[in-house]
Design a protein around this ligand. Structure first.
Ligand code: SAM
Length: 294
């Protein structure tokens, strides 16, 4: 059946396709979703994901019909610009993505597009849609689908050499747009993003994990890394939201200094097999914790 053909109910096939995460993201939660289901409260008001990344849990809950209103946030401005363009400017985005789709097998083209951010002045002239298309194209064609920038904020992942990367996945992007229609989308530090949280809301924190060893740090989704001070600030925010009457859930590394920060709350351990890991050197099953205040 053609994807725009009307079904007997009068809706198109595209309209019933459930959205999936549209970027591959370090620390993505897709493989843990079945285990996470048991932690989700039966009812809650708004849903907040202040470290949204690829949004695996958000899309999962949206597809289950659990989300009335969503607040999605991430400090990565290229990622958030992409969310906003999908929601507000999808036709223009498809046009730009089409140009990348046509060149998706060329390594030379990849490095040309990747290195556009080496000249900040001319990069600043790009429209938000051009930037969004670039970010999505790089995510689909770079090595391991890793979004990594160096200290200067320059994208520095090598070419992925994929057989047939899906740069322009129109059907999923339209489904994603539907899921984002009523979402508030911001690019803030997590603490600021949560000023709009109220009693009865569910907050899911999936921060950059605290490294389990000195060599295993993956903290470069954005120019600024997430330090132990940030982890303490996060635990303080967790407590404040608990006192406000929110449902609060958090994932993090299974490691003593982090467990210590959440003493007194329910802490469960899960085994996660990571494809692209916050701890880049560990790809086998690794224990992580889920903390809840309920
Ligand atoms: C573990 S990833 C989230 C993965 C996501 N749950 C998924 O399924 O793909 C952590 C995210 O936190 C973002 N981040 C880092 N520091 C932040 C901050 N201070 N405030 C908000 N977001 C931040 C990163 O850009 C990254 O996307």
């Amino acid at each position: 059946m053609a994807k725009t053909e009307k079904l007997s109910s009068g809706i198109t096939r595209e309209e019933i396709i459930p959205p999936n995460p549209f970027v591959k993201w370090a620390g993505g939660k897709s493989q843990l979703l079945s285990m996470y289901s048991s932690f989700i409260p039966e009812t809650f008001h708004a849903y907040h994901e202040p470290f949204v990344g690829g949004g695996a849990l958000f899309f999962n809950l949206y597809n289950k019909g659990c989300i009335k209103k969503a607040y999605l946030n991430d400090s990565n401005s290229e990622l958030i610009n992409l969310y906003l363009c999908i929601r507000d400017n999808i036709e223009e985005l498809f046009e730009e993505l089409g140009k990348h789709e046509a060149n998706k097998f060329s390594k030379q083209y990849y490095y040309k597009v990747r290195n556009l951010d080496r000249d900040p002045e001319s990069f600043a002239q790009f429209t938000s849609v051009q930037r969004a298309a670039r970010a999505l194209y790089l995510n689909k064609t770079c090595f391991n689908g890793l979004f990594r920038v160096n200290r200067k904020g320059q994208f520095n992942v090598p070419f992925g050499n994929y057989k047939n990367p899906n740069v322009l996945d129109e059907v999923n992007l339209r489904a994603v747009r539907r899921a984002l229609k009523n979402a508030a989308i911001t690019c803030l530090d997590f603490q600021q993003a949560l000023l709009v949280a109220h009693s009865g809301d569910l907050i899911y924190f999936d921060p950059p994990y605290y490294p389990v060893s000195a060599t295993s740090s993956f903290t470069s989704y954005t120019e600024n890394s997430f330090s132990f001070k940030d982890q303490e600030r996060l635990a303080q925010t967790f407590r404040e939201l608990d006192e406000k009457g929110c449902y609060v859930m958090l994932s993090n590394s299974y490691i003593e200094p982090i467990i210590e920060l959440y003493k007194g709350y329910r802490i469960e351990t899960l085994m996660a097999r990571r494809a692209i890991n916050c701890q880049g050197d560990r790809r086998g099953p690794v224990p992580e914790i889920v903390v809840t205040n309920y």
